[in-house]
Design a protein around this ligand. Structure first.
Ligand code: ZN
Length: 392
């Protein structure tokens, strides 16, 4: 087992950990640990809400969750010798749950506290607890389903430079200003409430808490991409924006469907990740890895070969109005079609919604050129169901 460089105590909030992590992006958050290129090490992570969701049948903790606390991240890890313009190579060697906490959660956020992809259709909070049995998971809240996990960090990224952080904050502020009273908001702007910033204290803490970007969206530094295929064996190439690269991660998922559509996660868990890091000097310009990371998925995946696939097109379900090649609407319609179908097989709408957020379903863009309809699909592996799921 590699050396544990970042430890978490699941009974303590992030700011009370021996070496606290952080829940904002900012170049001035100090690194908690440093490693050399070539190092192999273990990082432990809390779940993304910092332990706010309990293993019980009551969804009120999801309804009342403090979203200013998310995502609590482990790190930053300083990589000796990394300079702006380099590429940081990160291998995800292995991932697992913390011993004694072999369970995770998925939920539907209340429309007024987080919302989600289908919040107009599912405005009230719900929760499902998933128990891990080795590589498999089942839920007492979604009976009749069992599948193998595809463990991954929902969130992994490097620190932004000051200049890049300023760009994020100004473009997201401009977007939010288009409809400042919207629920849920168009963007989550910097908010000092419940900020955790490693070892920073005093005036420095106040300044960074005011400026630090929220961790919700994916950005140029990677961040909350929620790509389920960043699983065991994956190699990621990050553009480096600050000295030391300052790698952080968290939001571990036991499994997730493409799109992480409930927003209250895939199957959210506390766990550990074994990493190997290296540097490609000058790699950003050499390979034009400038705007976003690239990655090579690992060889370990659940092996499902048969799927039932639902299509969706870019026509709004409420008004029936036509939208131009809008993949967001098309994917929503595909998911709604899947949920309506699963309701004919004994699932509630909430169970079906949470299933699409947790099971290894594949989301695709079938067509993005056939004016005026985008065509998106969601593919559900048939073998995850105890019952025959096809129409007969
Ligand atoms: Zn997550």
């Amino acid at each position: 087992m590699p050396e544990v460089l970042f430890r978490v105590d699941l009974n303590k909030p992030m700011e009370e950990q021996e070496a606290p992590g952080h829940n904002r992006w900012h170049p001035d958050i100090p690194a908690t640990v440093s490693v050399n290129p070539g190092a192999v090490f273990r990082i432990e992570c809390k779940d993304w809400t910092d332990g706010q969701i309990q293993n019980n049948d009551d969804p009120s903790d999801v309804r009342d969750v403090n979203l200013n606390r998310v995502h609590v991240l482990s790190g930053p890890v300083w990589v000796n010798g990394a300079q702006p313009g380099d590429v940081l190579v990160v291998d995800i060697l292995d991932i697992g749950a913390i011993q004694g906490a072999e369970w995770g959660f998925n939920g539907i956020f209340d429309r007024n506290n987080g919302g989600g992809f289908l919040t107009e259709h599912f405005p009230e909070a719900a929760k499902s607890i998933w128990d891990f049995h080795g590589i498999y998971t089942t839920s007492r809240h979604v009976p009749g389903v069992k599948f193998a996990g595809i463990l991954h960090p929902g969130l992994i990224g490097v620190a932004p430079s000051h200049e890049l952080l300023d760009r994020w904050n100004s473009r997201e502020k401009a977007l939010a200003a288009q409809n400042p009273n919207r629920v849920p908001p168009l963007a989550n702007l910097p908010n000092p409430h419940s900020a955790v910033l490693g070892s920073l204290r005093g005036a420095e803490f106040e300044r960074v808490a005011r400026e630090g970007a929220r961790t919700v969206p994916p950005r140029e530094n990677g961040g909350n991409c929620d790509i389920k295929n960043l699983s065991k064996g994956t190699r990621i190439y990050f553009p480096v924006f600050v000295e030391g690269a300052k790698l952080s991660l968290g939001d571990l998922h036991f499994s997730q469907g493409d799109g992480e559509i409930t927003f209250c996660g895939g199957i959210e868990m506390a766990g550990w990740v074994d990493l190997h890091v290296d540097i490609i000097k000058g790699g950003m310009a050499k390979y034009n890895i400038i705007h976003n990371p690239i990655f090579k998925p690992g060889p370990v995946d659940p092996h499902y070969s048969e799927f039932l696939v639902f299509e969706g097109i870019s026509v709004d379900e409420h008004s029936g109005s036509q939208h131009y090649l809008d993949a967001h609407i098309a994917y929503r319609r595909a998911c709604l079609n899947a949920i309506e179908y699963l309701k004919t097989k004994g699932f509630t709408g909430e169970q079906a919604y949470m299933l699409l957020g947790t099971a290894p379903v594949e989301g695709r863009i079938g067509g993005i050129v056939d004016i005026p309809n985008a065509c998106c699909t969601i593919s559900i592996p048939t073998a995850i169901f105890e019952q025959d799921i096809l129409p007969r």
